[in-house]
Ligand binder design. Structure first.
Ligand SMILES: Cc1cc2nc3c(=O)[nH]c(=O)nc-3n(C[C@H](O)[C@H](O)[C@H](O)COP(=O)(O)OP(=O)(O)OC[C@H]3O[C@@H](n4cnc5c(N)ncnc54)[C@H](O)[C@@H]3O)c2cc1C
Length: 459
């Protein structure tokens, strides 16, 4: 066994999927001492499962946002779950836009069945179905030809869809994309299409099946937690400053405890990185210009915030139960963005739903005049954040790519990859570990994973 004094000390800051996976795959390295800092009392970050109740009062564990993954596009996450022995189950995902009476679906196979039962006489529906198919075909064609690159804007993409109707795009397609892009409709034409569209297209035409973690994502978080034997896990440890001295990196938490490390892996969002580096700037002498540039670049990345409210109000779903989708988007003319509701209990046909409000300003989300107010008891509220695909985010990704590992500072997080999903956080961490550990091929679980899927998935 390597003596403690010779071990390299590594701090991982952030206990979401990115930080947890980094810790999990460093467990087999005997020559390191890893400390994981998480400011909440629980691990998982955005991976959260809440305890709701069905209308008849039965307890019901549910992921409020229905964490979905497509195995063919999520090879690392799929393999990780299998290494952990965590079960998954398929979920028929469909989304549905409705105005109180009339609906449009996007998962073509699922919705087709539903629509036949509910709206088979509607010419408007079949016309929209045709446009949806045209969009899916164009996405697949451009993807096959390698032309669907991240910088193509949504407007440029739409211009390539044959005989598309502008009204359909504004009234159906863009509102349905709202959940994924968290952007207003005015912004939509200028957003990059990203790798999200191919994923969406595979799901929309029913050629791929989405999966969810059986029993909720907390199952995988708890399994990882139990497997962290060598890692020192500190929950309730809010890192407030990170500074660089001749001793290495000093990590200071809100309780005033300060420890030194040789390497730091930042598994938190760009604005949080900027905040803690800024607070430690005074002590960072030799590398101050490098850190100032990092703070400057990452602080510009904006976050969109969302408030997810867990409830049993079926009134926020389409009136006909036969038409209930996984994701219902109700267009309300006086609300800027409409109203998104996920059928969180779909797998068990339980009447448990989550409604979302999105805003760039956290203050809006607590404003009773604008926030979604479901009828009946609320079982839980969870706040999430995401990085809308704007220029500052692309600049930050390029910066991190160029500076990764300099002076022992590493960056991971789902924001570093195109779709900002679990797979992205995991793949970003694997890229860090591949570079941080030249011996990765011989590192037990990491070696096995990278031996099976060598190149972390890229957009
Ligand atoms: C509405 C919505 C729907 C989504 N749907 C899906 C989906 O269907 N499929 C999918 O795969 N993904 C989905 N995602 C995305 C996915 O949840 C996230 O991308 C992923 O969980 C983020 O992981 P992360 O580790 O990068 O960040 P996080 O999970 O945010 O982890 C960061 C952690 O760092 C901690 N932290 C922050 N600052 C500090 C500090 N100073 N000191 C110590 N700790 C700190 C935080 O408390 C947190 O635990 C969705 C996200 C949203 C918002």
């Amino acid at each position: 066994m390597t003596p403690t004094s010779q071990k390299q000390r590594i701090a991982i800051i952030g206990g979401g999927v990115s930080g947890l996976s980094a810790a999990y795959y460093l467990e087999d390295a005997a020559d390191v001492e890893v400390t994981l800092y998480e400011r909440d009392d629980r691990l998982g970050g955005h991976a959260v499962t809440l305890d709701a109740k069905t209308p008849d009062g039965k307890p019901y564990a549910v992921d409020p946002v229905v964490y979905l993954f497509l195995p063919e596009r999520y090879p690392y996450f799929t393999e990780w779950l299998s290494q952990l022995g965590v079960a998954t189950r398929p979920l028929e995902f469909d989304s549905y836009l409705w105005d109180g009476h009339f609906g449009h679906g996007t998962h073509l196979t699922a919705n087709f069945k539903k629509i036949l039962r509910t709206q088979c006489k509607s010419v408007r529906y079949f016309r929209n179905l045709y446009y949806m198919l045209q969009i899916v075909r164009t996405i697949k064609k451009l993807d096959r030809e390698g032309k669907l690159h991240a910088r193509m804007t949504m407007g440029e993409f739409i211009a390539q869809v044959p005989s598309i109707d502008a009204r359909f795009v504004d009234e159906v397609f863009y509102p349905l994309l709202h959940l994924a892009f968290h952007a207003s409709q005015d912004e939509m034409p200028n957003l990059p299409v990203s790798s999200f569209l191919p994923t969406w297209a595979s799901a929309a035409d029913g050629t791929s099946t989405f999966y969810v973690v059986d029993g909720g994502v907390r199952n995988y978080v708890e399994t990882v937690r139990k497997s962290l034997v060598a890692t020192k896990v500190k929950t309730g440890a809010d890192v407030v400053a990170l500074s660089h001295t001749s001793e290495g990196w000093q990590v200071t938490d809100a309780k005033g405890q300060c420890e030194s490390y040789d390497q730091v892996i930042l598994a938190i969002w760009p604005n949080q990185v900027a905040e803690i580096l800024k607070r430690g700037l005074e002590q960072n002498t030799a590398i101050r210009p490098h850190l100032e540039a990092t703070v400057d670049t990452l602080a510009k990345v904006e976050l969109a915030h969302c408030r997810a409210v867990l409830h049993n109000d079926a009134g926020l779903m389409p009136p006909d139960r036969n038409a209930w989708p996984t994701y219902a988007y109700k267009n309300i003319p006086y609300l800027k963005t409409g109203l998104s509701t996920i059928w969180s209990g779909q797998l068990d046909q339980a009447e448990v739903f989550t409604s979302f409000d999105w805003s760039m300003d956290m203050a809006d989300l607590t404003d009773a005049r604008t926030a979604t107010q479901p009828r009946g008891p609320i079982h839980g509220v969870h706040l999430h954040s995401r990085t809308p695909p704007r220029q500052a985010l692309y600049d930050a990704r390029a910066y991190v790519q160029a500076k990764q590992g300099e002076h022992g500072l590493w960056f991971t997080g789902s924001y570093l990859r195109e779709t900002c999903f679990h797979e992205d956080g995991l793949a970003a961490s694997l890229e860090v570990l591949k570079r941080l550990r030249p011996d990765h091929a011989t590192l037990g679980r990491l070696g096995k994973l990278l031996g099976k899927i060598p190149t972390p998935w890229r957009e």
